[in-house]
Design a protein around this ligand. Structure first.
Ligand SMILES: [Zn+2]
Ligand SMILES: [Zn+2]
Length: 292
């Protein structure tokens, strides 16, 4: 499995000279299976560049939305495969008790918010309310499970496995919800999604000092993420969904603080736009590259 980060910013796209290294695009992650299966996790502004790299022979494309906050869907209208006649695209998202996914995504992809309606797109598009664990979906050689996690509105995280590795993607998540410590494992939001994953991509929005003013907003402070990663037994943690107020220097500092905060049983990898991780047999190929 190969994982590429196309957007790691939280809440609002944040371009500018002070965010050029970590990047300003909002949530979008490409996952490639060994057989070429393509999953796109969230459709933040980072999805535009990914779409530009996919040729007309991209094959089936599956976009897995965690939820419908704007920073996770804003790039949909600019994702080239959706605008290609005959291209097979599937969009999966959290179930809701009120409206199906097509009706909810159409709220954004329709006037006055967007000039083109979802139904006018020329691609062969199917929308699915994603089934929740313990049910799994299989796309190509990848097994995917989704579970609701603690964040305002229906929100899921994803766990994706092939025969050699497992990744967990939980970009917007507040498992502590104002508590001093995480509860016992059975009660931790997102626990089963992340358990023993080779790579966890997780909400790291706030510093410890910022969090008290944002309890209930649906995001984590970095010390909470470290505790979550340790309790779930992951091998690597990628910091993600960076606060728009955190420039490159601040994010470097937060990663340094996290690394020096104790003897952590996992590796911390800063969530830098353009980073690419190859997982698989013995995780030997993990690397970071810069996108051209
Ligand atoms: Zn978000
Ligand atoms: Zn959100």
């Amino acid at each position: 499995m190969k994982v590429t980060l196309w957007g790691t910013r939280g809440s609002l796209a944040t371009p500018g000279p002070e965010t050029v290294r970590y990047g300003g695009n909002t949530s979008c992650v490409e996952v490639r299976g060994a057989d070429g299966t393509l999953l796109v996790l969230d459709a933040g502004t980072g999805i535009r560049r990914l779409g530009g790299k996919l040729g007309p022979e991209a094959g089936r494309v599956d976009v897995l939305l965690t939820h419908l906050h704007m920073d996770h869907i804003q790039g949909l209208g600019f994702f080239r495969p959706l605008d290609q006649s005959g291209q097979e695209v599937h969009i999966w998202g959290p179930p809701s008790t009120t409206l199906d996914l097509r009706a909810r995504v159409s709220r954004y992809l329709s006037p006055p918010l967007f000039p083109v309606r979802l139904r006018e797109l020329p691609s062969r598009l199917t929308l699915h309310d994603v089934p929740l664990a313990p049910e799994e979906i299989r796309i190509g050689g990848l097994r995917i499970s989704a579970a609701l996690v603690c964040h305002p509105g229906p929100t899921v995280g994803y766990r994706i496995s092939d025969d050699t590795a497992t990744i967990a993607y939980i970009p917007d998540h507040e498992p502590l919800l104002g508590a001093a410590r995480l509860p016992s494992s059975d009660w931790i939001s997102g626990f089963d999604l992340a358990a023993n994953a080779d790579l966890l991509i997780h909400d790291s929005q706030y510093s410890a000092t910022q969090y008290p003013k944002h309890v209930g907003w649906g995001h984590s402070a970095i010390p909470h993420v470290l505790e979550f990663a340790a309790r779930t037994g992951v091998k690597r943690l990628v910091t993600f969904h960076h606060d728009p107020r955190h420039d490159d220097a601040a994010l470097d500092r937060l990663v340094d603080e996290a690394r020096s905060s104790g003897d952590l049983p996992f590796e911390i990898l800063p969530g830098v736009e353009g980073a690419c991780f190859e997982l698989g047999h013995a995780m030997r190929n993990q690397r970071q590259t810069t996108l051209e």
